[in-house]
Ligand binder design. Structure first.
Ligand code: ADP
Ligand code: MG
Length: 233
C-alpha cells in the first residue's frame, strides 16, 4: 500500500516534469532534423553518418512524443463513451501493422454498446500501447484475442491476450516502471503511461502471464467512476 502510494506520487512528479521538458525539446529537435536533412543534401559522402544522426534524432523524438502524452491531462474531457467503439477504432489503427506480422485479431464483445465514463483518447492510447506490445512480442502467424465484458454492473473488463513469449514472474512487478524495457529500441514508457491513465480513470491493470505461452493484460474500468468506489485502494 505504502509502496503503491509512493509509486503513484513518483509517477505524478515524473509526469509533470517530463511533459514540460518534452515540450521544450520538441522545437529544437524539429530544427535539428531540418538542418541535418539540408546538410545531407548538400554534402557528398558521409551519408552513413547522416543516417545514423537522423535515426538517433528520431529515437529522441519518439521518446519525447511518448512523454507528451503525459501532458494530456490538462485537456481531458471525460464523458460517457462506448468502450467497444474505442477498441474497434484502435484495432483499425493497428490493423496494417498486425497484418505485416501475419497477426490476426479475434474479438469477443459481450455487448455492442458499453458506455463508460472516460476520456476516449486516453483509453485509446492505453489500448494502443498494450496491443502494440502484444504485436511486438508475437512470433509470426498468431492471434491477439480481445474480450470485453461487464465484470458486474459496476465494472467493465477489457482483456488483451497474446500468444507471445510471456513475462517471467520476477519481472511482472517491473511493468509500468519508467524506462523498464527489454527491447533494444524500446522506451519503457508505454506501460507507465497506461498505468497512470487507468489509475486516473479509477481502474486498474492486472497481468497474467505464462512463459512460452503468452500474456493477458486485463484493463478493469469503472462504468462510471462518479458513482462507483475507486478500486485502486
Ligand atoms: P517498451 O514497449 O518500449 O519496451 P512498455 O512500457 O510498453 O515499453 O513495456 C515494457 C516492457 O514490458 C517491455 O519491454 C516488455 O519486456 C514487457 N512487456 C510488455 N508487454 C508485454 C507482452 N505482451 N509480452 C511480453 N512482455 C511484455
Ligand atoms: Mg511498448
Amino acid at each position: 500500500m505504502e509502496d503503491q502510494l509512493r509509486k503513484s506520487d513518483m509517477l505524478n512528479v515524473i509526469g509533470e516534469l517530463a511533459a514540460g521538458i518534452a515540450h521544450e525539446i520538441r522545437n529544437p529537435m524539429t530544427s535539428l532534423k531540418g538542418f541535418i536533412q539540408l546538410l545531407k543534401g548538400s554534402i557528398d559522402g558521409y551519408s552513413m553518418y547522416f543516417n545514423i544522426i537522423m535515426a538517433e534524432l528520431e529515437r529522441i523524438e519518439s521518446i519525447v512524443n511518448e512523454f507528451l502524452v503525459l501532458s494530456k491531462p490538462q485537456v481531458v474531457h471525460f464523458k460517457m463513451f462506448n468502450v467497444v467503439q474505442i477498441m474497434k477504432e484502435t484495432i483499425e489503427l493497428l490493423h496494417a501493422q498486425a497484418m505485416m506480422d501475419n497477426i490476426q485479431f479475434r474479438t469477443n464483445y459481450e455487448e455492442k454498446d458499453i458506455p463508460i465514463y472516460c476520456e476516449p483518447n486516453q483509453i485509446k492510447q492505453v489500448f494502443i500501447n498494450i496491443i502494440k506490445n502484444a504485436i511486438e512480442v508475437m512470433p509470426k502467424g498468431k492471434f491477439i484475442t480481445i474480450t470485453i465484458a461487464k465484470d458486474n454492473s459496476q465494472f467493465v473488463k477489457v482483456s488483451i491476450k497474446d500468444e507471445g513469449t510471456g513475462i517471467p514472474k520476477e519481472k511482472l512487478k517491473k511493468l509500468g516502471q519508467p524506462f523498464y524495457t527489454t527491447k533494444e529500441r524500446g522506451t519503457g514508457l508505454g506501460l507507465m503511461i497506461s498505468y497512470k491513465i487507468i489509475k486516473e480513470h479509477g481502474g486498474k491493470i492486472e497481468v497474467e502471464s505464462e512463459l512460452g505461452k503468452g500474456t493477458v493484460f486485463h484493463v478493469i474500468l469503472p462504468i462510471d467512476k462518479r458513482k462507483s468506489n475507486n478500486i485502486n485502494q
